[in-house]
Design a protein around this ligand. Structure first.
Ligand SMILES: [Fe+2]
Ligand SMILES: [Fe+2]
Length: 396
């Protein structure tokens, strides 16, 4: 489209004749008067708008007409337009040009198939998440069993208490009905700027992997959850590889929610996580205790990570006794704690929960013991008298 030249933008320069300044001014004044007149204004209103007398309005009109008559159409014919350059407008209605428009979307797959595919994918993901949320474990062994929860092992750390770790592994592996739980941070697996700490330990990366592999294959694990150290450096994928073939009932990257179903008695539930949200210097059990109150599903809430130990037992508002536990782990002589001035707990490498699902007192269905050998003895005693004790004869 070509822009139309405007009359008011024209210079009245004639061919062989020219207007004087006064004549050009008179023609402009005529245009002005005629334009206002066309708008419906009276002579008086035009005069008022222009700030002149009424007689001046007609005088300007007559003078202008006289000049226009004299110069005729010549002026308009010879006017030199100040035209805007012509250009194509793509935003106006009409046929789009070839070089404009959008690329066609990829429509190889019909939209119905695309939606069905997304629907099925969501269902699979949803089912996976739900299955991960709670895991049921069928305990086939009749009578009480136990879980010895291994606190942060850090097997490759020079401060890992290997004598205690070996004792714990030996007792668990030899005791009938005793299972293990891994609360995470199996190795140091230093990452980022912490990689300089490899220089502070005498084990290599290869040795760390071998030690972790040994631990995973030494005892029957009820569960393994991952700690912050385990997740660094693609550690989660590495641990999945390392644990292939190991006896692990539940492997969870974050939280293991396990319902143990027994041949007799009510199920018992364990919620294990490397660390629960929240802490308090006045209540060391704050994290797992908080979780037990906000999500009162389990009987045992246990975590590690903080390298402290604590045990808390209380009844919930639903009348159910619950344990909130933090296990310190096997890493002693923690340089980080020493540097920062934290008090380093001296005990609590592991803790054993003895599960007696048919005990008549709910208070005694979970018993917490901090020494693994003593826990094994108690478990063996409980299992030996299972079904023959006086209270079991009466009530089981
Ligand atoms: Fe940790
Ligand atoms: Fe740790």
């Amino acid at each position: 489209m070509v822009a139309t030249p405007c009359r008011h933008h024209c210079s009245r320069v004639g061919r062989g004749m020219s207007l004087t300044k006064e004549e050009a001014k008179a023609l402009a004044q005529l245009d002005e008067v005629e334009a206002l007149y066309k708008l419906g204004l009276t002579q008086r209103e035009i005069a008022k708008k222009l700030g002149v007398a009424s007689s001046t309005v007609w005088r300007r009109r007559d003078r202008g007409r006289e000049i226009r008559e004299r110069v005729g159409d010549v002026a308009s014919e010879v006017a030199v337009p100040r035209e805007l350059p012509s250009f194509e407008r793509w935003d106006l209605p009409g046929e789009p040009t070839d070089d404009l428009g959008y690329d066609q979307l990829d429509d190889d797959v019909p939209i119905e198939d695309l939606i069905n595919d997304r629907k099925e994918r969501f269902k699979r993901l949803d089912g996976k998440k739900t299955r991960r949320h709670t895991r049921n474990v069928q305990v086939k062994l009749p009578g009480p069993v136990a879980i010895t929860h291994f606190g942060d092992p850090h097997v490759d750390d020079d401060g890992c208490n290997w004598p205690e770790l070996l004792r714990t592994v030996e007792v668990v592996s030899k005791t009938e009905g005793m299972f293990a739980g891994n609360i995470g941070d199996t190795t140091n697996n230093w990452v980022g700027r912490l990689q300089r700490l490899w220089g502070h330990q005498s084990t290599t990366v290869d040795e760390a992997i071998r030690l972790a592999h040994w631990l995973f294959h030494s005892v029957p694990w009820m569960y393994c959850v991952l700690g912050n150290h385990d997740k660094w450096n693609h550690g989660a994928q590495l641990l999945r590889y390392l644990t292939q073939g190991a006896k692990i009932a539940v492997f969870a990257e974050n939280t293991a929610r396990i319902e143990l179903d027994f041949p007799k008695g009510d199920p018992l539930r364990v919620v294990a996580r490397h660390d629960f949200k929240g802490s308090s210097i006045w209540n060391r059990a704050h994290g797992p205790l908080r979780e037990s109150k906000l999500n009162p599903w389990g009987d045992i809430y246990i975590s590690g990570h903080r390298h402290i130990w604590v045990s808390h037992h209380e009844e919930g508002t639903d009348g159910k006794p619950r344990w909130a536990l933090i296990v310190r782990g096997f890493k002693a002589y923690d340089e980080y704690a020493e540097t920062c001035g934290f008090y380093e707990h001296q005990h609590g490498e592991s803790v054993t929960t003895i599960l007696d699902p048919t005990h008549p007192s709910p208070m005694q269905r979970v018993q917490v013991v901090w020494d693994v050998e003593e826990a094994a003895d108690i478990l063996a005693w409980k299992r030996s008298k299972y079904g023959i004790t006086s209270y079991s004869k009466r009530q089981r």
